[in-house]
Design a protein around this ligand. Structure first.
Ligand code: GDD
Ligand code: MN
Length: 339
């Protein structure tokens, strides 16, 4: 974290940007989302907005059409799919009609917290070594905010540290910006699994470009009111799918990215199972009254009083549950959560 960023930003670097918002039943949030994008200070003539909707049944496209009428100053294309085939599939469709040199994907249930977000993103992309940019994320209201905050306090730091070292293999749907030419070179988004932004960003990093989570870009995301655990497990499933795909690249990754990728493969695919194995062994030994095993178990139980440790344990258990659930579903068409 103490390392410098080593980025060469040209302030005032402006190119045409395409912002893509994928939607599936976002009637409740889409208006606010479009308002939030329209509030950007970036010149109107330099951005186009694409909303790609996959067969929403709650009237999302109608709200988008209404909004577009109220905002003739904004170039908005609405694409309506008649069959839902997943977020990445939809994003690829939008990519085909995107005319910007930079493509920014942003989910409907989040906000950019600064009017100058796009300016900041563009000035980062002025650095030829940077291929993709994302944001740290700040959880906002509705759901169990405490556990989510504690999770983010930990993971945002890791993402930023990886980015300072070179690149992060985990991107966020709140803001995932790509140089379009690079995005096309890596084949767009993977329709065969969840977690499309991560996949594209990691392929770009493997090509030798930086893919960074920049601390000055702040996005907020609404935490679901209900079924927080289900939501976490689904996201963990997508991360597992992601890192499973990249195991074979760990050997050939550019030197600066190799350790980062390897560490994440280990943390997402191996480490959670070590926790399970250790617990099983300690419980087994405790039954035979081994004092050391009992002491370690008690120490573990007391450590749960400490929030970061508790959060870390919870995340390991989500990864274990996710690995098991991945055996029968990839959850590419995931259930819409109540926000
Ligand atoms: N067009 C389209 N088609 N959009 C979809 C579809 C679909 O089949 N499924 C979901 N979306 C839209 C949602 O309306 C929302 O704007 C965005 O994609 C993200 O979906 P959420 O339901 O909000 O899920 P999330 O916030 O947990 O998704 C996050 O995790 C995914 C991986 O697990 C995001 O960061 C995603 O970008 C990421 O892929
Ligand atoms: Mn979301």
């Amino acid at each position: 974290m103490n390392k410098p960023w080593n980025v060469k930003q040209i302030k005032n670097y402006k190119h045409k940007v395409t912002i893509i918002v994928p939607t599936y039943n976002e009637a409740k949030l889409i208006r606010e989302k479009l308002d939030n994008i329209a509030a950007q200070s970036y010149p109107r003539e330099l951005f186009e907005l694409i909303v790609i909707d996959s067969a929403s049944s709650d009237g999302t496209p109608e709200i988008v059409k209404e909004w577009a009428k109220e905002h003739p100053e904004i170039e908005l294309k609405l694409i309506q799919e008649s069959v839902r085939q997943g977020m990445a599939y939809a994003l690829n469709k939008a990519l085909q009609v995107a005319t910007g040199e930079v493509v920014v994907v942003t989910d409907a249930d989040c906000k950019w917290l600064d009017k100058r977000t796009l300016e900041e993103v563009l000035s980062l992309l002025s650095d030829p070594s940077i291929g993709a940019v994302t944001c740290p994320k700040i959880p906002s209201s509705n759901g169990p905010i405490e556990i989510e905050k504690s999770y983010r306090d930990f993971y945002n730091v890791v993402r930023i540290a990886e980015s300072k070292a070179w690149a992060t293999p985990i991107f966020h749907g709140e803001l995932a910006a790509f140089k379009k030419s690079l995005l096309e070179e890596v084949g767009g988004f993977p329709a065969f699994m969840g977690s499309g932004e991560n996949y594209a960003a990691t392929l770009i990093a493997l090509k030798g470009y930086r893919a960074i989570a920049f601390e000055k870009i702040k996005c907020s995301e609404i935490i679901p009111k209900k079924d927080y655990h289900k939501w976490r497990i689904r996201r963990a499933q997508h991360l597992i799918q992601h890192f499973t795909k990249f195991i074979r690249y760990t050997g050939t990754a550019p030197e600066r990215f190799k350790l980062i990728l390897l560490a994440n493969v280990y943390l997402h695919l191996v480490n959670p199972w070590l926790l399970v194995a250790a617990m099983v062994m300690l419980v087994y030994e405790s039954v035979t009254v081994a004092p050391l095993a009992i002491a370690l178990l008690l120490l573990g139980a007391f450590s749960l009083l400490c929030k970061p440790y508790r959060t870390w344990i919870a995340m390991q258990l989500y990864l274990v549950a996710a690995a098991v659930r991945n055996l029968w579903t990839k959850d590419i068409l995931w259930e819409k959560q109540v926000k």
